[in-house]
Ligand binder design. Structure first.
Ligand code: SF4
Length: 416
């Protein structure tokens, strides 16, 4: 897919490594700590957990002086570029810059004093620190005057809610960018988050048409992972598939590590990043199932995440009915039958084991295959032979009555 061309910014230093955002850089994944920044040990532990999960950039909130005072220690104990999220107090931005932060996020809805913004721009320019201008749907109208906010929003709702909120966010961005551009500061990334997926899509499309700054995508306050994932992936996936977006944060009311995992999975699925570990394919199960497949899939997923660092495809299929076809292209596959599983490596059958041994044998085949790939003795995605499905009666006892030569997609009990 063709990516929209943007300017490029760089976040990080020699110690953390530099993450490029925009231009020809791959789409990066960000997240934000959920605890207090001034609680150094907890903050460092959370950041390191996020980095281990694959976060490219981590943001921390700095509402208090105690938070910015904690930054030097946090920076010294972490190895991922950090962003200070500044709301209301421009002094926090100056303190964070002084502490060595890698990037600043400003919300135009909360800091609009031109002199204050100018002083942050000057401090960032001096140290080559980029700034994200992050507009949020919830803070574009003066919060102190609630009556006015209600009246204004009411007017927008009555007319065309999406259009007016979008116009308001873009106007705020333009207004703010004017300050940056008048000072010749272009080390900028922009975002305009909404909690409405359709509004987010429309707004980012419009922003990408108007500006060439790198875009930080996000749906704000998306909710718990169960529903937030759908809202976020619908909006961000649509934009990314159109080539819009240079970095992203998925926001859940949940453990931020899930934000990283789901952000990466979305980019892998769209082919915008190369996988760093195994890709798991699994059947949804149906009335043909004769093993505890959900548990097996869960166990396989956890073990693969721990032990496999090459992007091999692993298929866990409940039976031989559609399994061979659906597992086509898998490097390692297991087809279950009546409390048994037959395991294949690149099409070659290597084992027929009872249910309680499927997990350990499958993983040992994955580990061995990983070693072969690392040694250059096997190539990912390159099957050696076509999978010859097992005899479902003699070998798996799955109840399937007929089996065509070499294929099992025409059977008397129907298909998936
Ligand atoms: S038919 Fe498909 S969904 Fe049903 S158990 Fe077999 S592989 Fe799984």
């Amino acid at each position: 897919m063709e990516r929209r061309t943007t300017r490029q910014i760089t976040v990080g230093d020699d110690r953390t490594g530099r993450v490029r955002v925009g231009g020809d850089a791959e789409v990066s994944v960000q997240t934000m700590t959920s605890g207090y920044t001034y609680d150094v040990d907890a903050c460092v532990a959370e950041i390191n957990r996020m980095a281990a999960a694959g976060a490219d950039i981590v943001r921390v909130a700095v509402p208090k002086r105690a938070d910015t005072e904690a930054l030097p220690e946090i920076l010294s104990q972490t190895r991922v570029p950090l962003v200070a999220d500044v709301h209301f107090h421009y002094q926090r931005a100056l303190e964070a810059i002084e502490a060595g932060i890698h990037k600043i996020r400003l919300n135009p809805g909360n800091i609009d004093d031109r002199d204050q913004v100018n002083s942050v721009i000057d401090a960032c320019a001096e140290r080559s620190i980029p700034i994200r201008i992050g507009v949020n749907e919830g803070s574009i109208i003066e919060r102190k005057d609630k009556q006015r906010r209600m009246e204004e929003l009411g007017k927008f709702f009555a007319d065309h809610r999406q259009g007016h909120l979008m116009a308001l966010m873009i106007a705020k961005l333009e207004e703010y960018l004017e300050i940056f551009e008048s000072k010749g500061f272009h080390d900028v990334c922009i975002s305009a988050k909404s909690m409405d997926a359709r509004l987010a899509i429309d707004t980012y499309r419009e922003i990408s048409r108007r500006f060439d700054y790198p875009l930080h995508l996000g749906v704000t306050h998306a909710g718990p992972r169960e529903t937030g994932a759908i809202r976020s992936v619908v909006a961000l996936g649509t934009l990314l598939a159109e080539g819009i977006g240079d970095t992203l944060r998925i926001s859940y009311a949940s453990d931020p590590v899930f934000e990283v995992e789901d952000g990466l999975e979305m980019l892998w699925s769209l082919g915008l990043r190369e996988r760093t570990g195994a890709e798991l394919i699994a059947c949804p199960t149906c009335g043909r199932i004769q093993v505890d497949l959900f548990r097996l899939v869960q166990d396989v997923r956890e073990k693969l995440a721990d032990e496999i660092q090459v992007p091999m495809k692993v298929a866990v299929m409940g039976c031989v009915v559609n399994g061979p076809g659906e597992a086509e292209g898998a490097d390692i596959a297991v087809f279950a039958g009546d409390r048994r599983g037959i395991i294949y490596v690149q099409g070659r059958r290597v084992a027929n084991v009872p249910e309680e041994e499927i997990l350990s044998r499958l993983l040992s085949e994955c580990r061995s295959f990983q070693e072969l790939v690392r040694a250059g003795d096997a190539k990912l995605g390159e099957k050696q032979v076509d999978i010859v499905p097992p005899d479902p009666i003699g070998e798996l006892g799955s109840g399937v009555k007929t089996i065509a030569e070499g294929r099992v997609n025409r059977v008397s009990i129907g298909e998936t």
